[in-house]
Design a protein around this ligand. Structure first.
Ligand code: ATP
Length: 686
């Protein structure tokens, strides 16, 4: 039956009650109604088309990222004939399409300038083009298709991007018989983390604006190409001698679907720069993750120190809630975040961003406030940030060419300086204040969650050689013109005992921004050299902690802490906060939970003569209600204690090893990684 107003049944468009026009004749009002309906229909059609277009673009981008490329066999054969190795062409032909490999002989390696989780980076002379370049030797297992695919994604993404504020991939160095791959980049003298930590260097407000503007322009380009960087931090923002900033390290970047239909991994972004939704396990995120990291960097440049240097995911989230407030009820409901039940505080935290940064100039504070919104939607876009008052009011961003030429300053250099100083003072007394100051540039354990899933995979490459190089004695580097690589650094800057606690506060004044205390500290290595037992696989551990509360691989091997140790720490910490894993504890039970009288539960950690064991049997700390900070400090202290004991243990083992060598025994450190570990190589994450 139809409506009384004459409209057919089933139509509920809010127009019920309108008088239908007589057939064949429309009143003026009727004409207006028809027109507005037509206009509405046109609008809907336009929106539909745009959505379709966006989906099509995203689908194409996703398809491009697919590894088994649609490249026909004949083309693959051509690519091999052109000099590409079959292991690359077979799984990632798309990544090298239209290119020919450069030969190693056409470069002269000069020195090592960087070391990442996945790479060693060298300064080199391009003998054909007569210019200095950066060669990034990527670590992967060429026998493992998933590992090759993952590496190839970085190449594909880099080739898709073309912008003055994004590092340019200029070529690839490999050969048909080769088992390794070098990415050739334009050479950049500095990175933002290095500059910020350079002793005595002062950035003025126009300079900060200049760098931030370039960062946001680069991000705008990535996002408009449906690419998320997912690891924005100072050491990935390279700066050349002309003051041009370029976003680098697309190793964790990914294509994304603006409709957010394709789940992505939440295990990305270096911990201090990781947004709350990822810590809460979101898998349908977008550009806002990069904007959060950008907000952290902006605030860091003004504050002169990292603003939320968490050591574990739980602590990171706690720092975020304390500064930015906990999410609103509405957000918890609509976001349906996987770890919400674990981490949702019973009592909301108030937002304190404007209070905390009250000394910042107000346009800077306002932009930080937007970028550090807990709800990702409120962070808006890179384009809107570029139009914010921060950039449109005086003092304006300076011109990059007016920036001073700095002496070489990379985070890597800062690490090296610290290392040299550490070695210089080895055995002697160290100025504790200096150490503290030098301990903040690099997020420590669990710096990058996604990386952790591949730690063991990468451990297999701990000697900077791909497994294929270990198993197939592929001597290309020496044979093909590259001088042999310099030996790997075999030491690590020890984590500062107090790296988290002592952050000199800095009052902002509108003159130059002083970054006197932006030091560098590698986190603990993750080589599994301690024998760990007694850490059962916890069935009830929240994913956020179980898989990720691990140490950052820093490619050095002084202080060695296993994943299991840090994992065990994460578990204890979470238990301290949430109650035992067997119960479905809530995040803020820590604030109200009844204290364990003894404080520390027997056998929480045990080493050395007791057999290098980690035992765990309950909460580690006693925590008065409301005093999570103190509890976290105590946990920190205990982490440092683990490091200290480990160092002692490690040097004991090393001394023993040296003794073995003298007697002709084999050093276990030299035992190659066996093929059984291959399955642990990383699969390309979404
Ligand atoms: N084009 C370049 N010019 C100069 N230095 C560079 C260049 N590219 C990289 N580096 C240096 O090498 C370091 C490691 O490079 P990159 O971050 O790309 O490697 P990664 O293995 O992906 O590192 P991460 O552990 O951050 O994921 C950088 O922090 C930087 O200092």
């Amino acid at each position: 039956m139809g409506c009384v107003c004459g409209r057919p049944a089933g139509i509920d468009d809010g127009r019920c009650g309108e008088t239908p026009p007589p057939p064949g004749k429309l009143s003026a009002a009727g004409v207006a109604v028809v027109r507005s309906r037509e206009e509405e229909a046109r609008k809907q059609a336009r929106a539909r088309d745009e959505a379709l277009e966006r989906r099509r673009a995203a689908a194409m981008a996703m398809a491009a990222c697919h590894v088994r490329s649609p490249v026909p066999r004949a083309v693959e054969a051509e690519q091999v004939a052109a000099g590409w190795p079959p292991w690359l062409v077979n799984v990632a032909a798309e990544a090298v399409r239209g290119w020919v490999p450069r030969r190693a002989e056409s470069f002269e390696k000069l020195d090592k300038i960087g070391q990442g989780t996945y790479s060693n980076v060298y300064r080199a002379r391009d003998l054909e083009k007569q210019k200095i370049v950066a060669l990034k030797k990527v670590r992967f297992d060429n026998l493992e298709p998933e590992s090759v695919k993952f590496m190839a994604r970085e190449i594909l993404i880099l080739r898709r991007l073309d912008h003055p504020n994004i590092i340019k991939l200029e070529g690839l160095v490999t050969s048909r018989m080769s088992c390794s791959l070098y990415l050739v980049f334009e050479y950049m003298e500095h990175d933002l983390a290095g500059l910020a930590s350079f002793p005595g260097l002062k950035l003025t407000e126009p300079q900060v604006k200049c760098y931030m503007q370039q960062l946001l322009r680069g991000l705008e380009h990535c996002h408009s190409h449906h690419i998320l960087h997912r690891d924005i931090k100072g050491s990935n923002l390279l700066i050349d001698n002309r003051g041009i900033l370029k976003i680098a390290d697309f190793g964790l970047a990914s294509f994304f679907d603006p409709e957010q239909r394709h789940p992505l991994t939440s295990r990305v972004v270096t911990l201090w720069y990781r947004p709350p939704e990822l810590l809460l396990g979101a898998t349908n995120y977008g550009v806002a993750v990069d904007l959060w990291s950008t907000g952290c960097i902006l605030a860091e440049l003004y504050a002169g120190k990292p603003i939320m240097p968490g050591r574990t995911e739980v602590e990171q989230l706690h720092k975020i809630f304390k500064l930015c407030g906990s999410p609103s009820e509405d957000y918890w409901t609509k976001s349906r975040l996987p770890h919400a039940t674990i981490f949702k505080p019973q009592h909301p935290y108030a937002r304190r961003v404007t209070d905390t940064f009250k000394d910042f100039p107000s346009p800077a504070r306002a932009l930080v406030d937007v970028l550090l919104s807990v709800d990702p939607v409120d962070r808006r876009t890179a384009s809107s940030a570029l139009q914010s008052e921060f950039f449109t009011t005086k003092p304006y961003a300076c011109n990059p060419s007016s920036l001073p030429r700095y002496p070489p300053s990379k985070e890597y250099d800062a690490k090296r300086r610290e290392e040299e100083r550490r070695q210089g003072t080895a055995g002697g007394k160290q100025n504790p204040e200096k150490r503290t100051r030098e301990s903040r540039a690099v997020p420590a354990p669990d710096a990058n969650a996604e990386l952790v899933s591949s730690l063991q995979k990468r451990q297999a490459q701990a000697n900077t050689k791909s497994r294929s190089e270990m198993f197939n004695p592929c001597k290309e580097d020496s044979a093909s013109g590259f001088p042999m690589e310099p030996p790997r650094s075999t030491h690590v800057a020890e984590p500062s005992e107090d790296s988290r606690h002592v952050y000199p506060t800095r009052t902002f004044h509108s003159g130059p921004l002083v970054n006197h205390n932006h030091p560098s500290k590698p986190g603990p290595s993750t080589k599994g050299e301690l024998h760990v037992s007694g850490v059962a696989d916890p069935p009830n551990i929240p994913v956020a902690l179980s898989a990720r509360s691990s140490a950052r691989p820093d490619n050095s091997n002084g202080a060695v802490v296993t994943q299991a140790e840090v994992f065990a720490h994460g578990r204890r910490l979470s238990e301290s906060i949430n109650g035992p894993f067997s119960s479905s504890g809530k995040y803020d039970q820590a604030f109200h939970q009844k204290d364990d009288k003894s404080g520390r539960v027997d056998g929480a950690i045990g080493y050395g003569s007791k057999g290098n064991k980690i035992h765990h049997s309950g909460p580690l700390t006693s925590c008065p209600p409301g005093n999570v900070d103190q509890m976290l400090k105590e946990n920190d202290r205990q982490i440092q204690e683990v490091f200290r004991r480990t160092r002692v243990e490690k040097s004991r083992v090393r001394r023993a090893g040296e003794g073995r060598h003298q007697f002709g025994l084999r050093d276990f450190g030299a035992v190659p990684v066996f093929p059984s570990s291959r399955s642990s190589y990383r699969a390309a994450p979404q």
